[in-house]
Design a protein around this ligand. Structure first.
Ligand SMILES: C[S@@+](CC[C@H](N)C(=O)[O-])C[C@H]1O[C@@H](n2cnc3c(N)ncnc32)[C@H](O)[C@@H]1O
Length: 367
């Protein structure tokens, strides 16, 4: 009988002692055979453990298509990193007019063979040519529009906790039939690389992905010129971690919160994205921040209200806008630019502009 993922992790703990949480998360989500995201059956929405914004329906894709259409006035590449079920790209391609699709080379980036096969099946009859690869690094530089929805929050993270004397690092141990937390002092090297620039009260936790830097570097190398539209849970550092002593690490199983340590391979593990660190790293790699703010504001700027009215779909617009029940302001969009591509796609925008909502309302009033 093949060893279960839980068995694999327990064997390593038995042989080597507690494992760093980042290794646990990498294994639980991306183990080649049994990782949560490696399985061909992985999906989001009603049949999955959680829903993402593309699962609300075609309105998100139709709204983002406005920006892609402006970009596609010239030939280029449309890339989606971590497309999951592929729903967002499918909605985009069916909304765009065939002339625009004809100018685009579409590339989907997913990490596992089984998932690539599932995507190939889904896109068999899609308009345009769709190429599926497993790493952004495989792409050479070209004029590109890159999208990633809820991918940054799926990069395996380290968890640090502020102590009187420095930082502890989270490890995972196995005792009395369960995976449990185990803390040890973090090395100076890890603290230097990952601890936040601003301090936290003693006891507060902080999560961030060591692989974020190489992820951003490979994005930067692919955009020549180009833009990246990154959408995710999270906010700037000061809006999240000083206010969340327990940090933001969480698990999802069957549409309910679950311990991130329970049922590795069958539970999604995620956390809020520290957009301060993402912006710092992006700028360091040579990308410019073209806009940052609540996702709902970017969607309104791109014409969400008008499109929702045209499609008679104000209910989905409400789901994308409402803070409490929907995706609303808890989601942020970060647009990164390399060589002035964001302005051409109408994505160079001040999302704090107080007139933005008025313009959205005028959209539905037809004025
Ligand atoms: C939470 S799911 C989001 C799926 C989809 N974007 C959506 O919004 O429904 C995260 C996805 O990112 C993928 N992923 C994570 N790291 C990746 C990487 N370095 N390259 C490509 N895909 C990655 C995972 O395999 C998974 O499909």
């Amino acid at each position: 009988m093949p060893t279960s993922l839980e068995g694999k992790i327990r064997a390593r703990i038995r042989d080597e002692g507690p494992v760093p949480f980042c290794w646990f998360m990498e294994t639980a989500l991306y183990d080649d055979e049994q990782g949560y995201y490696a399985k061909a059956s992985f999906t989001t929405g009603r049949e999955g453990d959680f829903a993402t914004a593309p699962d609300t329906g075609p309105l998100l894709g139709a709204t983002l298509a406005e920006a892609v259409a402006s970009f596609a006035e010239e030939p280029g590449r449309l890339i989606e990193v971590g497309p999951g079920s592929g729903r967002l790209m499918q909605d985009l391609l069916t909304t765009l007019d065939p002339d625009a699709v004809g100018k685009l080379e579409v590339v989907l980036v997913e990490r596992h063979e089984q998932r690539e096969e599932a995507l190939a099946e889904r896109f068999e009859d899609a308009p345009g040519q769709v190429r599926i690869i497993d790493e952004i690094g495989e792409l050479g530089p070209a004029r590109s529009f890159l999208l990633a929805n809820e991918v940054l929050d799926a990069l395996p993270c380290e968890v640090l906790q502020r102590t009187d004397v420095g930082w502890d690092r989270l490890y995972v141990d196995f005792k009395e039939g369960s995976f449990i937390e185990h803390w040890e002092p973090a090395s100076d090297e890890l603290v230097e690389r990952l601890a936040p620039l601003q301090d936290l009260p003693v006891g507060n936790r902080y999560e961030t992905a060591p692989s974020l830097r190489s992820f951003m570097e490979s994005i930067e190398q692919a955009l020549d010129p180009g833009l990246a539209l990154l959408m995710d849970y999270g906010d700037t550092f000061e809006h999240v971690w000083p206010r969340r002593p327990d940090g933001t690490l969480r698990g999802f199983h069957d549409h309910a919160h679950a311990s991130p340590l329970m049922h590795p391979g069958r539970t999604d593990i995620t956390y809020d994205v520290d957009f301060s660190r993402v912006q710092r790293i992006a700028e360091h790699t040579g990308l410019n921040v073209a806009s940052f703010g609540a996702q709902e504001r970017l969607l309104v700027h791109l014409g969400l209200m008008r499109i929702a009215k045209e499609q008679d779909d104000l209910l989905t617009a409400k789901q994308l806008l409402m803070p409490a029940t929907g995706f609303g302001a808890r989601f942020k969009t970060l647009v990164l630019d390399h060589g002035d591509a964001a302005a051409k796609a109408n994505l160079q925008v001040d999302l704090d502009d107080p007139n933005l909502w008025d313009a959205g309302l005028r959209d539905i009033q037809g004025r």
